[in-house]
Design a protein around this ligand. Sequence first.
Ligand code: PEP
Ligand code: MG
Length: 316
Amino acid sequence: RRQRELATAFEPAITTDGHRIEVVANISNAEEGAKSVKFGGEGVGLLRSELVFMERDSAPDEDEQTAIYSAAARALEGRPLIIRTLDVGGDKPLPYLPIPHEENPFLGERGIRLGFDRPEILRTQFRAILRASEAGKVRIMFPMIARLEEWHMAKQMLEEERQSLGVAPIEAGIMVEVPSTAVMAEQFAREVDFFSVGTNDLTQYTLAMDRGHPKLAPYADALSPGVLGLIGMAARAANKYGKWCGVCGGVAGDPQAVPILIGLGVKELSVSAPTIPSVKAQIRTLSLADCQRLAEQALAADTAEAVRELVPLTED
Ligand code: PEP
Ligand code: MG
């Protein structure tokens, strides 16, 4: 089976009724970007830039970041690269960027919130990403957006840096990983260029279960009907306004989730590089119409377990 999947990895993933789904990679550096292309990746849906920061003793400066992001863009040879701005805090501490003690780090200064608190770090990163956009099809994405004002603020800072550099505009989108943002997806969809649903955090915040909690792990399932409802709201709003909605959380590579996500209106799945061939192969066996019926049933299901029973796993 793996041989068959690898043999068709470079072909697009088109459903039996003719709908194309983009299958892209989650990466943290240029080498992984190059590797994702070898697995048939159609671009990068999530470059976790915090990993660039975390493997060092001090923050990379603007030139260093520009070089790193440009290398990733070049590795993709013209395919799109979505760079997510620094997403530290919560489960991802950065020793040289200390955050005062917080009772609830996952509800504290993480993601874009930290960027607003240290705007010089965010602006430096914006400049590096904008400069790297001359090396490829670079897009920017903001993590942990919870309120429309945060999107406005980030977008304005980006625009100020763009004008000072005198480079062309780039597409800008947001992570949908806080429930309020999914509920307000219509308001966001009018303004952003794209959504990418972070199901790891969206599940954590929707079910109020720590994403790393060993005892709660069996229940923190992104296929819970409540979480699926929020993903559906994001995808529907994006499609209504002519934007697109992807998923970059771990569930995007789960074979039981793939048909449901497509049925909810998701157009892009961002997964680990080695998973790309199997996700593409699976999509070619599905019809959008069937997926839509399945998604309806999943939304109406009582439990995550019942949702999973709707999608039997095939062995062959
Ligand atoms: C997510 O929250 O689903 C996500 C993709 O981001 P991260 O896992 O980096 O928080
Ligand atoms: Mg997240």
